[in-house]
Design a protein around this ligand. Structure first.
Ligand code: AMP
Ligand code: MG
Length: 486
């Protein structure tokens, strides 16, 4: 790969200054006939990435040309997958470099699907076009929802076939994220590295993401844990707010910066049921919608475990301190969660009985098998739902009477409706519409996909022209299954 061309990114490579154990230098596979399918110009502009030369971008993101300043690596990490510890690492992702934007913020620029790395195990290091387009849709939808997430800069077809259950078009996704540090990176350091290396990782992470923690603080590791816990709690509550099911909440997919990432078997819940699972490999429902809070606590416990040697030299004492910290999870989570659920029904100054009112609503929509997102929206947009099958029927009359009475007090209905507007998105990437748009896109028809992505960028906003991607055919989700990063 030569890099005799203008720079597109403003690259730095701080990760390569960590001990060598943490990464492997790699060279992306070349793509035979790279073709840009989607490119996120808004994101490029936001981050000061030079997109004036599409051909050059295509060559760089497909692995055919090395960008100025790039030192490509695959990072090492471990993780608990479905509860079991295992060595992992970037098996099909390559970090091209860290782009520093105009405001001096640092972002990993990673390409996914560019070939094998030392961590690929039995995998081919490749990705299919459909899966990469799916990741683009979900990450951009999540961003539109105002939820911290990895972003997608581009999807390119490589011009090669990838073999899964059938032959598919191969693709590369360019993923952008404040960093790909994950709980699994710390588990890797704890179980395969030295205490000094774990300390180096901890210091690196603090400098990169939590510079407010003083360098000379005695309990740095504990402070780091606390920050990550707060960010992850906020994240999962946001997922619960919009009905998102990550699908594969393994510790290697739990980010340290608190962003959602790794959109494999994820999906949004339609009909409300906390037991909802779409992932074909999640046979026991470990990562069901309603389990996400307790799984997060479990994942954070693995994080605390990895940090133990840095918490205290005396292991028993370290366990005691860490356990106490982890046990703060429930009360922090519950307070924030209640706040968000009340906001969804328009209440921001809670009174006695409000939580019960919100819980009663959830109970009713569960019993009557109502759609999670539509149900909340039908409260604030009764006209839009009037003749739709998603309308809340007579069985909700009593509840509605109590609710109207409640929100008419205090700051009044107008105030409540404005809160509900901010907490209840109209547009979520519904399984039916996503599948329809992806199936057309892999056949080369991108119009539907682009319209979908456009609507998902403003999910709280309603316009009558958007009706086509608002109301899905009833029942589609019933047998819907998603598959891991194919
Ligand atoms: P994920 O389910 O995407 O979080 O991936 C879990 C692990 O499997 C990570 O170490 C990935 O790098 C690896 N992996 C997933 N797909 C492939 C593939 N096609 N080739 C090589 N490694 C892969
Ligand atoms: Mg992953």
């Amino acid at each position: 790969m030569n890099n005799d061309h203008p720079s597109v990114f403003n690259f730095d490579n701080s990760y390569t200054k960590l001990p060598e154990r943490f990464f492997s230098r790699v060279t992306p596979d070349r793509s035979k006939h790279p073709e840009m399918i989607l490119f996120n110009h808004e994101l490029a502009e936001e981050l000061g990435i030079d997109d004036s030369n599409p051909e050059l971008l295509t060559q760089i993101l497909s692995g055919n040309k090395k960008a100025v300043g790039s030192d490509p690596i695959a990072t090492a990490y471990a993780g608990h997958q479905f509860g079991y510890f295992t060595m992992l690492g970037d098996g099909r992702a390559i970090l091209l470099g860290e782009h520093i934007d105009q405001t001096k913020k640092r972002f990993d620029i990673q390409i996914k699907g560019a070939g094998r790395t030392p961590y690929s195990r039995g995998g081919d290091g490749k990705a299919t076009l459909k899966a990469m387009l799916k990741e683009y849709v979900y990450s951009e939808a999540m961003n539109g929802l105002g939820i911290p997430t990895s972003r997608s800069l581009a999807v390119l077809k490589t011009g090669e076939n990838v073999y899964r259950e059938r032959t598919e078009d191969g693709a590369v996704l360019c993923r952008v994220m404040p960093s790909h540090l994950r709980v699994g990176t710390f588990e890797f350091a704890r179980f395969y590295g030295t205490k000094e290396e774990l300390q180096q990782l901890c210091d690196y992470t603090i400098k990169r993401h939590f510079s407010e923690i003083p360098d000379d603080a005695e309990d740095k590791a504990l402070l780091l844990f606390e920050k990550v816990m707060h960010r992850q709690i906020d994240l999962v509550i946001n997922w619960m707010r919009v009905g998102f099911i990550h699908g594969v909440m393994n510790t290697d997919n739990t980010s340290i910066c608190g962003d959602s990432f790794d959109y494999g078997p994820c999906a949004f819940m339609g009909v409300y049921d906390p037991k909802t699972v779409f992932s074909s490999i999640d046979e026991n429902g470990r990562y069901a919608f309603g389990n996400q809070p307790s799984i997060l606590k479990w994942n954070l416990s693995r994080f605390a475990e990895a940090l133990l040697p840095l918490i205290d030299d005396d292991l028993d004492k370290a366990v005691e301190i860490a356990t106490e910290k982890v046990n703060e999870f429930d009360s922090i989570f519950d307070v924030k969660f209640d706040e968000v659920m009340l906001s969804k029904i328009g209440i921001d100054e809670p009174e006695k009985g409000d939580i019960e009112l919100a819980e009663e609503f959830l109970k009713l929509i569960k019993i009557h098998k109502k759609d999670y997102t539509h149900s909340f929206n039908s409260l604030r947009l009764p006209d839009l739902y009037r003749d739709k099958p998603f309308v809340l029927g007579d069985e909700f009359l009593d509840w509605k009477k109590s609710w109207v009475e409640r929100i008419s007090r205090g700051a009044g209905k107008g105030h409540s409706f404005s809160i509900m507007e901010r907490y209840n998105p109209l547009f979520i990437p519904r399984n039916y519409f996503v599948e329809e748009a992806l199936d057309l896109a892999v056949e080369g028809e991108l119009k539907k996909l682009k319209t979908l992505i456009y609507n998902l960028q403003m999910p709280y906003w309603y316009d009558t022209e958007m009706d086509d991607s608002l109301f899905e055919p009833i029942g589609f989700d019933q047998n819907y299954q998603t598959f891991c990063g194919t």
